[in-house]
Design a protein around this ligand. Structure first.
Ligand SMILES: [Zn+2]
Length: 246
């Protein structure tokens, strides 16, 4: 067996692990984004419920100010009534008092409706608070777990990379190593590692899974890593121990 080929196969083995780690790391920001959107939604609904409650309270306050103004106006009208000289003026002032009192009644009706609305808003706020309390901590913990996973994967990646580079440094045939590196650098599909060397599995290429000819199978066995799959361009091989599986 060609010693360089066996070494390159080991480099490929490590490169595949590195590729998978990189791919998993690349998926992490999207996962965190989903969790952060969940957290944002929880906070938004809490904020909305609170502002709904505050808005209704502000309206009730405005109504109370309006009632107070009506009462002040009524007092002024009574004071004025004590100074008028004729009945017509007096009656006109009393009509105005009546109008102000009607205004108060109308405002109080609206205020009752607002009180009911406030009850509803408060109930929704406490419900949102409960949902927030229950879920925000879980989502935050989930985010932390993803970040922990990310840093674990990154440190695994960095030690694997240095192991790989050290091992690749032991490959004497530098040209063969470069050829190998050019082949694995070709993109197949996201998340799919491009193998320079593909083993033959049940008569099919281990990279593209297409059936290969009997001639190629023989060559993969006699000269592992020299016969190229005509479909995907990976170099086929059958190692003595995998030959039994084939
Ligand atoms: Zn193939």
């Amino acid at each position: 067996m060609d010693a360089t080929f066996l070494k390159l196969l080991e480099v490929q083995n490590q490169d595949e692990k590195i590729y998978d780690l990189n791919f998993r790391i690349s998926q992490i920001p999207a996962k965190i984004e989903v969790k952060e959107a969940e957290l944002q939604a929880l906070e938004d609904s809490l904020k909305n419920a609170k502002s709904e409650s505050l808005q209704v309270q502000a309206k009730i306050h405005d109504q109370e100010v309006a009632i107070q103004k009506c009462n002040d106006d009524i007092q002024k009208l009574y004071a004025k009534a004590e100074t008028v000289k004729n009945n017509d003026d007096y009656r006109s002032l009393m009509d105005q008092v009546k109008d102000e009192k009607q205004k108060i009644v109308d405002i109080e009706d609206q205020e009752l409706e607002l009180m009911e609305a406030l009850e509803g808003a408060k109930a929704r706020f406490s419900e949102a608070q409960e949902v927030h309390n229950q879920n925000a901590a879980v989502v935050k913990k989930g985010i932390q777990e993803i970040r922990d996973l990310e840093s674990g994967l990154k440190s695994e990646l960095s030690s694997l990379k240095s192991q790989r580079d050290e091992f690749a440094g032991s490959v004497k045939d530098v040209d063969a190593l470069r050829r190998y590196e050019r082949l694995v650098a070709k993109e197949v599909a996201p998340g799919v590692f491009r193998k320079a060397f593909a083993t033959v599995i049940h008569g099919a290429c281990g990279q593209c899974h297409l059936t290969i000819s009997a001639d190629l199978i023989l060559k993969a066995k006699s000269h592992p890593g020299k016969a190229m799959c005509s479909n995907c361009g990976s170099y086929l091989y059958i190692l003595p121990e995998t030959a039994k599986v084939e």
